[in-house]
Ligand binder design. Sequence first.
Ligand code: ADP
Length: 482
Amino acid sequence: MNRDKLPKSPLRIRSLQVLLWRYFALLAILIVVAVALVCAGILSNAYSVQSRERITAVGTGLTMYIDGKTEHFKGLITGEMNESAFTDGVDVFLCAADGEPLIYTTEPGEDWESTFGELSAMADGWSPLRATVYRSESMLNYVSCVTFDFGQCYLLVRYPMYILTESVNSMQLYILIIAIVAIIVSFVIAYMLAQRISRPIRNLSDTATRMAKGDYSAQFASAEFEEIAMLSDSLNYARDEIKKSDDFQKELLANVSHDLRTPLTMIKAYASMVQEISGNDPQKRNKHLQVIIDEADRLTGLVNDILNASKVSAGLSELNKKVFNLTEFLYGIMNKFDYLQETSGYKFFIDIDPDMYTLADEEKIYQVLYNLISNAVNYTGADKCVYVSLKDCPEQGRIKFAVRDTGKGISEEEREHIWDRYYRSKDAHARPVKGTGLGLNIVKIILQAHNFDFGVQSEEGKGSTFYVDFPEVSSTPADSPV
Ligand code: ADP
């Protein structure tokens, strides 16, 4: 789809997909790194706690075993110390108070002297119950004081830290590998997720571009996300409305140019006739001039209709409400239809109660009543009868207007649509009616703005009755609610 021709937004454009992908990926990295750090921390802490507990258990066991024994038990003690060294991976030393190693599981190294200095400083009094656990450079140490062969001795249990560090390091390496794999997987998932979210938006945009080029068959596809589905529904609705408006404009243009051409041709023809033929014959000239005047009136009426339609389509201007005599007002409108009675054989049956006042926008109510009565004239049956009534209902504080025709009526299904903008019945009526499908929509918008009750009752084959309920007010404006 070529988007180069589309107007560009002045804002810096960034791809939603890339943005989503970046944010999702960043979030995933943060989570994975945080989890990895927490795991590594907990792990190394758990290891060091565990090692302390283990060395304490080994040391306490040996202290209890050795304390109070004599040289006679040296063999047993050595065995016990070796077993601990083997099973728990520790080095055990029993040394005299002056530092001389008595029994040990590993040969004391050259640094024994400094080791002894350290342990004698750390030892906590000559009681086997008062042992100390401390960390020296690369060792975890347990030291206690025991009585061996009637002399005071030190018991030292050492656990090399490198074993602990190695275990922790290898576990941290596993965590690192898992974290890297998790980050890669989360990148892929984030990409797929970002694509899944942005794809329907891209589709909508492609469809909108097609529509902008005039393809109204373009269907905005619904998506699995509620918000996108709502958006595509709204766009489909907007497309239908734009299509209707477009069709209407085309049709209107065709109708209007046709309708304008006929009177203009007549005006030109009759003006030429006046100029060339009838100019000196007053009787003929007046007749021809009258045709010109009538055609000019037709033109004015046509232009007014178009202006009205576009005004109401663009939204209703403010209501200019005032109290007026509805009875007189309706008589005034009915007078406009008199010529039909004389020229086309229409019969109007009028039943209007005297002197009723209402509060409304007079100009707009004129449009409402005129449209409803015109429709009754246009769609009434072959008998050409139209019944107009305006009745006072004081108990309800209402004035009921109704206009009835004897036409073919409106089916229940159609009744739902007749108030829609541009709706025109597909059925052929008794007489060909040139309409725009705007009349009833204008009526609806005006009456809804007034908050008046209105509607239609119709029986197929018998005719339709359109009604409007006006509020009844007193004749003096001061008494009327505004
Ligand atoms: P128009 O009359 O210009 O087509 P309207 O908005 O006034 O447009 O009416 C919309 C449609 O409602 C008409 O096309 C017609 O089918 C139907 N309609 C309106 N008034 C009547 C009526 N009195 N009897 C039967 N059908 C009617």
